[in-house]
Write a protein that binds this ligand. Sequence first.
Ligand SMILES: [Zn+2]
Length: 440
Amino acid sequence: MNDEELTPLFEELKKVLEGKVDDETLMGEIRKYVNSYGIDPSRAKRAIIKKYDAGASAGFVTADAISKKIADLTGSEMNIDVTAKAIYVDKKEISVRGNKKTIISGILGDETGSCPFTIWEGDSADLVKGDTYIFKNAYTKTWNNRVQINLGTRGRVEKTDASVNVPDRTITAESREMKIGEIKDGVGNVTVTGRILSVEERHITAKGEPKTVYSGLIADDTGKIQYSAWNDFSLKEGETICAKNAYIRSWKGIPQLNLGDRCEVSRVDDNFGQIEEAPTQKTIADIVRIGGALDVSVSGTVVDIRAGSGLIKRCPECKRSILNDECTTHGKVEPVFDLRMKLIVDDGTGALSTIVNCADTEKLTGITLENAEQLAKARGDMDSVSREMAQMMIMKRITVRGNVMSDEYGPMMIVHDAEIDTVDVTAEAEKLYKELEGAL
Ligand SMILES: [Zn+2]
């Protein structure tokens, strides 16, 4: 369809999305769904609305900043607003490549906790201890097991009259009791009760000394988490422990439980029931709040399939995906073919990027690697495979299982298992509609 034919759809979507997406991007999306994917306009309309409307509330698909309290920060936010009181302020001049630059650092506090901050462009800002400020378009990082608020070139700080009460206790880090499913980066010291699912022993050398590290999975009725211990607590598979004064550290957004020197372990009884097998069912909003997750399952609607999906080429040496038969490390190579899909899944609470491997791509689409190679050869076009897959997958309800990691692009699931949900709500609704029309 040409742009003129697409205009009514554009006008309609523009009204529904109310400035959530600019005109040029919106028209580009409509052309992609209708012309490249070959999806009928009404289905394209639903997919685009879902992609931009629901995603906005999770602060992921669109770039709008969302406001958060300090205790809710995960250390992987890319664009947030925080209103907090300056508890401590330090302004200093540093030298960057021969240029003088002012940075302001210190500690911010609100009703929920405290957190270090750094303003990297501090020349024009002036913070006074005890005053309250809005940090706009800030980002967060984790450093030494604590979340930090950063303000870069995109951010700004404004004084506000909003009243923020900072309780005294926020400055000290005390151990708090938490369910495993609620643990996220930056919570610091925790007390956790869980059942040991596995124990592994590794012998390593640290600072020239031989050491043994114990690690594995521990779970309660809300989730699973990886633990590690430097001391031998004689942990055994199947027993339930209460770990007091453990601490949380994250790797790529996935929280890990560390049983350190201050940790006390005691054996307790539990009433968790059967917890070993099933992955934890989570909403995308929950995962975004925590920053990452181990072995979770998410059910939602596929709203987009990203570039780099379908039939791809990999370097035979390092297995990285390559373009033009050239690997950045290994030079000119004879590529091997592979299948994968990068699906955006939306469950109504937010949107999640997923990477689906060859076996699950074959399972979801029914297109095998061999079929895909034949199809690409017959049409003389590798991208025809991803268009075919877009046709099949968009607006389908699927359940994906895997680990979710976060980086600067947001949360991403490496899928270990995927299934098309048997109840296809859209198809059901369309069928019902046809029946109703037939009855009139
Ligand atoms: Zn390579």
